[in-house]
Design a protein around this ligand. Structure first.
Ligand code: ADP
Length: 330
């Protein structure tokens, strides 16, 4: 399937370059032949003039006619050069535009294919793990501690499943305009506090540090803000070592409320910092990536931030890691 697509892409590329070279060559050929024709016509007119020289009333008339013929030739040349350069410019701009559009389309198609594979994997894995855990609980008499461990693992898998399905469904709804955006005054401090508590309970082995200013209120959709926060914290967990600290802060400065999620992972290279917010975009390639994902989380975060008139950005954490900041303007 993949080889077939590559072959198709190679054929399209060849056809594209063939047509482009052919069009350019034809343009240059027409240009040269028009210049030659203009030259020939001018020479013919000059010969005719020389033959008619005796019938002319004065030498002044001859030189006047000669200048007129030469001027006409120069004007024709200038016209062809101008038209040729304009055509060439249009062809080059068009070719670059088509090339970039096709390349973008192919890249999007590849990303969509990876996305479908990733989603299939991400959907199947938690279901398989949850099923196995529940079967084990049903078939074997386990002690309390083992039961608790299996149940908490199952809960973690269902949470992953929940985030994934929410990301897919909400992205589709937000993009299609089908989401019923609710705008209400919410206790953002309470929401962030509760989220950190939930994550600490779900991931007891991870170190969470929080600095949440009390009593901050925000006008927006609580479900979407929760989704944004979940995605940022889940990424911090996913992309940083188990002993790395995850810091979440919520502070107010003037008219702004700032939400920050930072980790101590490898961070995001400078030239990828903008692109990680693109749909389906994932840093690295299929062979180098360790963590599974769909490339939808940050795209959704950016969309949610924009729908709340907020700005989202990523910077380097010190000494290492990624630091995501969301600035809500009140
Ligand atoms: P996913 O995590 O499903 O791949 P996201 O849209 O959430 O998709 O993230 C896009 C990419 O940005 C990820 O694939 C990862 O390469 C990078 N990324 C996101 N968060 C972090 C982080 N905290 N540290 C390092 N890289 C990150």
């Amino acid at each position: 399937m993949l080889r077939e697509r590559r072959k198709k892409f190679r054929i399209i590329t060849w056809v594209y370059w063939f047509l482009l070279v052919y069009i350019m060559a034809a343009l240059i050929w027409w240009f040269i032949s028009l210049l030659n024709k203009t030259r020939e016509i001018s020479l013919l007119q000059q010969t005719e003039l020389r033959q008619k020289v005796d019938s002319l009333q004065s030498p002044f008339q001859y030189s006047h006619e000669l200048t007129r013929i030469r001027d006409l030739e120069a004007r024709q040349r200038a016209k062809y050069v101008g038209e040729g350069v304009t055509f060439l410019g249009i062809i080059i701009i068009g070719a670059v535009f088509v090339f970039r559009a096709v390349r973008r389309q192919i890249k999007l198609q590849q990303q969509q294919q990876h996305f479908v594979m990733a989603v299939t994997h991400e959907l199947k894995t938690p279901i398989a793990i949850a099923r196995l855990n529940l079967e084990t609980l049903l078939k074997h008499k386990l002690d309390d501690e083992k039961q608790k461990k299996l149940l908490s693992m199952t809960l973690q898998e269902t949470d992953r499943l929940n985030t994934l399905t929410n990301n897919i469904l909400i992205t589709a709804q937000l993009e299609g305009g089908g989401y019923n955006f609710s705008s209400e005054k919410m206790d953002i401090s309470g929401l962030v506090d509760k989220t950190i508590r939930d994550f600490s309970a779900r991931f007891p082995q991870r170190i969470f540090q929080s600095q949440v200013e009390d009593g901050l209120e925000l006008e927006g959709d609580p479900f979407l803000i929760q989704l944004l926060l979940n995605n940022l914290i889940e990424n911090a967990i996913k992309y940083s070592p188990i002993d790395g600290r995850i810091t979440v802060s919520l502070t107010a400065t003037g008219e702004r409320i700032n939400l920050m999620v930072a980790d101590e992972g490898p961070g995001i290279p400078d030239d990828e910092k903008e692109r990680v917010f693109d749909k389906f975009y994932r840093v690295g390639n299929e062979n180098t990536r360790v963590a599974k994902g769909t490339g939808l989380g940050l795209f959704l975060c950016k969309k949610i931030a924009a729908d709340h008139r907020a700005l989202i950005s990523v910077n380097n954490n010190t000494p290492t890691g990624a630091k995501f900041e969301v600035s809500f303007f009140q």
